[in-house]
Structures are given as C-alpha cells and as structure tokens.
Write a protein that binds this ligand. Structure first.
Ligand code: DQA
Length: 145
C-alpha cells in the first residue's frame, strides 16, 4: 500500500485557537482526519507527524524514504528560515507538496520567501485547510502515473 507522510511544523499543534482570524477554527486533528479520509479514497495510507522541534521533523522525513511515496508538508515558520529542512527534503527521493493555510504572499514580506518551494512538486497557499485535500488528490494522481 502506498503511504503519504503528512508533516506539520511548529505551532500548528495550536490550530483552532491560534490566530483564528488567519488560520481558521479547524484543529490539527481536523486536518489529519481530512487527509486520512481523502487519501483512503485512493487506497493511500497516511503517517501524520507534527512537531515544534526541527530535528524531529528531519528524522520523520529521513524515515519516510524507507516506506513512503510522497510528503505533504506545512513547514510553518520554518518555511522562511530553514536550510536544514530544505536539505532533508532534497536528501530523500520523494516528491513533496508545500502547503500553507494562509496566503503567505498577502502577509508580511518575510513570509514571501520559501527555502522549500524551488524543490516542491507544487505549492498551495491560501486555500485554508482545503489545501491539504487538494494536495492529496494531486499526489494520488501523480502516484498513479
Ligand atoms: C503557515 C504560514 C507561515 O508563514 C507561518 O509561519 C505558519 C503557518 C500557514 O499555514 O499559513 O506557521 O505555514
């Protein structure tokens, strides 16, 4: 069975209560349930990871090379700062989708740059948590090719 690694970065454990005017009222559990439900439609399994610790995210990405076919990642603030996260994604031979719940381009300028986007299969920003659903459907299509 194919498997997607779903990675949510720092502070996304607070989804639902964190700046709801920007990120909405859905929780991380809601996001994970959505991804699992949609992936199941395609017979794809999901491993979900969230951490506030960069190294844990790196470890999960490294592990994924053994048993996953693709990665969906919302790198959160690490998007704009992390060379090591970029290097981890570059170091595993898996396609990845970069997701942002908010439209990062409509926000502060420091959010306009991503260390990851040039390596991503595709990027979805500003579609709310539906962005994760779009990502699963697109990845399922890519994996079916
Ligand atoms: C975010 C956007 C980032 O700029 C921010 O640091 C986050 C969440 C988003 O989902 O919109 O933590 O990745």
């Amino acid at each position: 069975m194919k498997r997607i690694l779903l990675v949510n970065g720092p502070n996304l454990n607070l989804l639902g209560t964190r700046e709801p005017e920007i990120y909405g009222s859905d929780t991380l559990k809601d996001v994970e349930r959505l991804v699992i439900r949609v992936a199941k439609e395609y017979g794809i399994d999901v491993r979900a990871v969230q951490s506030n610790h960069e190294g844990e995210l790196l470890d999960a990405i490294h592990e994924a090379r053994h048993d996953c076919s693709a990665i969906i990642i919302n790198p959160a603030g690490l998007t704009h700062t992390s060379v090591v996260l970029r290097d981890a994604l570059a170091g595993v031979p898996l396609p990845f989708a970069e997701i942002h719940i908010s439209n990062v381009f409509a926000r502060e300028e420091f959010r306009h740059h991503s260390f990851l986007s040039p390596l991503a299969e595709f990027v979805i920003t500003g579609a709310g948590i539906q962005g994760y659903e779009f990502a699963v459907r697109r990845i399922a299509g890519l994996l079916a090719r």
